[in-house]
Design a protein around this ligand. Structure first.
Ligand code: NDP
Length: 317
């Protein structure tokens, strides 16, 4: 497709999770007239979660979609220009930086805030593709409804896996939590909730090697203590197979221009959202392998907008 440059902005924000929206709130209040593209999943990962209990300011908790709606409204109130569209290419060779949206429209940006977040990982089994949309999911809160009074499995041993298992236990008949290690990595409070939920069975030291079923998932082939002398093959009957094994940062189009770690998280300088390219900032999960919380993402989005404002002021723009 041919590219046409038809717009220039002082501040371009890519991504619409807590980092992107918070950057938009601060950038609009600083009169940077930011343009924000929402990306593949408007509202980001929190739109696929249920109750958020740890975002300060909500003593009774808030649903993920509601929190994101509130952040979006707050950004729009100050004039942020929020648009649908996905960044498909980037040229950060020199300012103004050029970002292509949906493969056709090019935006020239004096400052760029990358807040593209991270995407759920899959095990890499061919069966995950074979049964995509037919029993395999990476979002319990999106798809759990379809498994009421059925049997499901969740893969993973972190907080996400525990949260998804607990959520699904409220809908499904039986939930298997498939954990590759002999322990959970999740926080103690989440572990306790899992152990206290009668219809969750934790299968420690189990790995999934395949799925089976005629017209959708009917079960999973597992291996217990893979590689050990007492290795054992186990099949479980399930209708739904949920992945909760972590995320991959959405940094691919920026990698030629920025430094990333081996997983792909964008490296920033000295605890700030600054990247090695002046005027380009990274905020939220795309640059955070450690905390990955809504509140830390929002905090880094705030910092990125302040950095953008100072960068423009110093450049006399
Ligand atoms: P984590 O990286 O914390 O956990 C990933 C889990 O998946 C681990 O148990 C890991 O196993 C397992 N895993 C990874 N790859 C494979 C594989 N190929 N096969 C089988 N198992 C695999 O990711 P989460 O998404 O759970 O959490 C991310 C961050 O978000 C964490 O900091 C977490 O605390 C936070 N979070 C907080 C919540 C809250 O406070 N309410 C809710 C959700 C997340 P292993 O342990 O063996 O490496």
């Amino acid at each position: 497709m041919s590219e046409t440059t038809n717009e220039r902005t002082r501040c371009l924000i890519i991504g619409s999770g807590p980092a992107g929206y918070t950057a938009a709130i601060y950038a609009s209040r600083a009169n940077l007239n930011p343009v924000l593209y929402e990306g593949i999943q408007p509202g980001g990962q929190l739109t696929t979660t249920t109750e958020v209990e740890n975002f300060p300011g909500y003593p009774e908790g808030v649903t993920g979609p509601q929190l994101m709606e509130d952040l979006k409204k707050q950004a729009e109130r100050f004039g942020a220009d929020i648009r649908m569209g996905i960044a498909t290419a980037a040229d950060l060779g020199q300012a103004p930086y050029r970002v292509t949206i949906d493969g056709e429209k090019v935006i020239e940006a004096e400052t760029l805030i990358i807040a593209t977040g991270a995407t759920a990982k899959y095990l890499g089994l061919p069966d995950e593709q074979k049964y995509a949309g037919m029993g395999v999911s990476a979002c319990a809160t999106c798809d759990g409804f379809f498994y009421r009074r059925k049997n499901v499995a969740v893969v993973g041993g972190g907080d996400t896996a525990c949260e998804e298992a607990i959520y699904l236990a409220g809908l499904a008949k039986q939930v298997y939590l498939i954990v590759r290690k002999p322990f959970l990595r999740a926080s103690k409070v989440m572990q306790e909730r899992v152990f206290q939920t009668p219809n969750i069975q934790v299968l420690f030291e189990h790995n999934t090697v395949g799925l089976f079923g005629e017209n959708g998932v009917e079960g999973a082939h597992l291996v217990k203590r893979r590689g050990e002398p007492d290795e054992e093959r186990v099949d479980i009957a399930i209708d739904g197979f949920f992945l909760a094994i972590g995320h991959k940062p959405n940094s691919d189009i920026f990698k030629p221009w920025l430094e990333t770690d081996e997983v792909g998280y964008i490296l920033t300088l000295d605890g700030t959202p600054r990247t090695k390219v002046p005027g380009v900032f990274a905020a939220g999960d795309v640059a955070d392998p450690h905390y990955r919380q809504a509140i830390t993402a929002a905090g880094s989005g705030c910092k990125a907008a302040i950095e953008a404002e100072r960068y423009l002021a110093a450049a006399g723009k």
